[in-house]
Design a protein around this ligand. Sequence first.
Ligand SMILES: [Zn+2]
Length: 472
Amino acid sequence: MKRRLTMPLLIENGTVLTAGKTPAILPNHSVLIEDGCVTQVAPRHRFPRFAGRRIDASRKVVAPGFINAHTHFYSTFARGLTKTRPAGDFVEVLKNLWWRLDSALTTEDCYYSALIALLDAIRHGTTTLIDHHASPHAVRGSLPAIAKAVKQTGLRACLCYEVSDRDGARISQEGLEENVAFIRRCQQSAAGPQEPEAQVAGFKVRGSKCIAQAGPAHLSALFGLHAAFTLKDATLEKAAALGRELRTGFHIHVAEAESDQHHSRQNHRARVVERLNKFGILGPRSIAAHCVHVNRRELDILAETQTAVVHNPQSNMNNAVGTADVVSMTKRNVLVGLGTDAMTTNMLEELRAAVWAQHLRARNPSVGFSEVVSALLFNNPRIAERSFHLPLGELREGCPADVVIIDYDPPTPLEAGNSFGHLVFGMSQAAVDTTIVGGRVLLENRRLTLDLDEPRINARARELARKLWKRL
Ligand SMILES: [Zn+2]
């Protein structure tokens, strides 16, 4: 029997930005949502007898929810932290800040830092996030703790634990096991309603139909690895074997700084991408975050293996490591998406930074604009689809109803041919009014509609952050 998951909802009379395979701008259109899916996108007069819930979107833009293809929820607790020494390069940033912070995280810290990041994401219309988690002294149970936060907020997230040899063999082994346990849990949930998260509303897609069902579509998993320079060959071998057995992809930082390449050449006589490819870490389900320092041969390997690259411009600028060459990646058929590396949950802010960074990199104000907008609008959905098996990032019949309504009444004509410019220069400066995931309204009139006590969550997070900072 088909279970009714959410009340039918009509988003009325907005300017609909469909994105997806046939992108269009549809003025004065309404979006009908039933059982968590978009069932119609049509001119507003087509729904005279609709009896369900209505949201007025007049003078607003209705778009698919944004996707963040690489982030770290735990970074939330670094906000305002002053207890770090100045770093001279990227490895010192890791040693002075991130490795001290993640080593001190407890399971409760993992849960609360995720919850705060997810609530932030809702406010910015980011509906799907691909996270990369580390808590070396609280490895076991960290992913289920984060998954609990994901379920409570109603968003979609793909989780992994970043395995590393930097803390010794025992912790590295725990990381491998945490990935395996969580991937199995997600796979079992997908197979049937044995697990608690199977009760979360989800969807299954058959042909062009989005069929409501109890399923795990809010949670998925990849096999996490930190970066080549903190992974021994033996660990890469073990991870690759487990990944093959589980039929999963990997999520790993690749050539973020030049030092990753230097380490690889010195210790393994291979460039980073070549070494990862040799072990079978790359492939059509895998994500290589950053790839700032890769050569043409490595780009060709990434393209041949269909590995997704995720560009994180704000983080790269903040760490002074350089800027990835998104234009060359696109030319060489690398699937390149956009992430924030936890600098923000606001994808339009990251998009703007990506545009400026490509211009500056090329010293040419005409370079890279359409490539980075495409990375966010078209490539991020393709990357997310590989984990969620859902047609995300698009507003058309049969797609999951992940929707953002932006309070943007354009002062100049908004048409298909200039929508990228409106996104970068206009919508990015406008407020998100409403966020919907799977037909469930999470934000309305700029207010969270979730049954979560946000002031209490913030107060507990502050307490935990203070304790965490004391332990550093
Ligand atoms: Zn990262």
